[in-house]
Write a protein that binds this ligand. Structure first.
Ligand code: ATP
Ligand code: MG
Length: 131
């Protein structure tokens, strides 16, 4: 894990740049939903975060035939110098079982998947330092 200072908005802009066209080709609506007051100046591994989000977003596009994809980010724990952020990718596709969720790419122990009962939601918690 390589820790550097980064801006969360840069990671999200990148992601949008990589999936907007794919979503549009399939006629899917793509929405980003950021909680207010979310810290964006972070210290952590933006490449790893970007790769995780890209996989989850690509999954959503791949397994959804119509409707929408919503990428939501909220704070689970916001402290003066650290933040636990929750990333959720929800789609209106076929959904995934607990077993499939468990098999999703887990990049490191610092990014713990949040167990979800709801299908069609892929969620991650990302622990980061704030700058
Ligand atoms: N949004 C989703 N809707 C339905 N099923 C999903 C979704 N995301 C993942 N899955 C299921 O979980 C499996 C594992 O996902 P994972 O991203 O690890 O692999 P993949 O997308 O098939 O391959 P890769 O990511 O290497 O291109 C998928 O093959 C699919 O069966
Ligand atoms: Mg995938």
């Amino acid at each position: 894990m390589k820790k550097i200072d980064f801006n969360l908005n840069g990671v999200l802009d990148n992601l949008a740049g990589l999936i907007t066209a794919k979503a549009r080709e399939k006629g899917l609506e793509l929405r980003f939903n950021l909680a207010s007051g979310l810290p964006v100046f972070l210290n952590g591994d933006p490449l790893r975060l970007g790769r995780i989000l890209l996989n989850l977003a690509n999954n959503a596009v791949k397994f959804t035939e119509k409707g929408e994809i919503e990428i939501s980010i909220s704070g689970l724990e916001i402290q003066p110098h650290k933040a636990l952020l929750k990333f959720e990718v929800r789609d209106t596709g076929i959904g995934l079982s607990k077993g499939q969720q468990a098999k999703l790419f887990i990049p490191s122990t610092r990014q713990t998947p949040q167990p979800q009962d709801v299908t069609a939601v892929q969620a991650w918690a990302f622990q980061s330092a704030k700058i």
